[in-house]
Design a protein around this ligand. Structure first.
Ligand code: FES
Length: 168
């Protein structure tokens, strides 16, 4: 690749679409410190792409005028930012204390059996990714989980398969 081509690719946004760039720039106006805008920028990329690649991290850093290491640090710390491709639906199962006491183990095992993957895995058909998550703030509904943005709980392990059927 020639230097000119590299420059053109860089000028086209280094991995950010025009829409992503516009949304991130709008967020930047709300934050005097560009570092503070980085989490919103990462969420915007994830909304558009489903996950945040290394290339996107570099592009966000370039736009914000901070280092890629700074952006990567935020992305790594914030566990709702996906740094690898995920399934069409993401299941996040609360594994904090109240849910542990109300049946987390049984729900987790039902998910493992139904999906054929364990935490961190994505089903072969790309439909679901399964992840553990800290307290969802719905301890009175334990054991609970999120599928995409939908909170479910208390979840009956015997009804896990039927629950997943609602997410084609
Ligand atoms: S412990 Fe599971 S929602 Fe709080």
């Amino acid at each position: 690749m020639t230097e000119q081509v590299v420059r053109i690719l860089g000028a086209s946004g280094s991995g950010l679409s025009a829409a992503e760039r516009a949304e991130i720039e709008a967020e930047m106006r709300h934050y005097p410190d560009p570092r503070a805008a980085s989490i919103e920028a990462l969420k915007i990329v994830q909304q558009h792409r489903g996950w945040v690649s290394d290339e996107s991290v570099r592009a966000v850093a370039e736009l914000l005028g901070i280092t890629a290491a700074d952006v990567d640090g935020v992305a790594t710390f914030y566990n709702l930012i996906y740094r690898h491709p995920v399934g069409r639906h993401v299941i996040k199962v609360c594994d904090s204390i109240a849910c542990h006491l109300t049946g987390y183990d049984e729900v987790r095992d039902a998910l493992y059996a139904t999906l054929g993957v364990v935490h961190g895995g994505t089903t072969a058909d790309g439909r679901f990714t399964l992840l553990p998550i800290c307290c969802l703030g719905a301890c009175d509904r334990g054991p609970c989980l999120l599928i995409d943005d939908d909170l479910h709980g208390p979840v009956d392990p015997a009804a896990v398969a039927a629950l997943l059927d609602a997410y084609p």
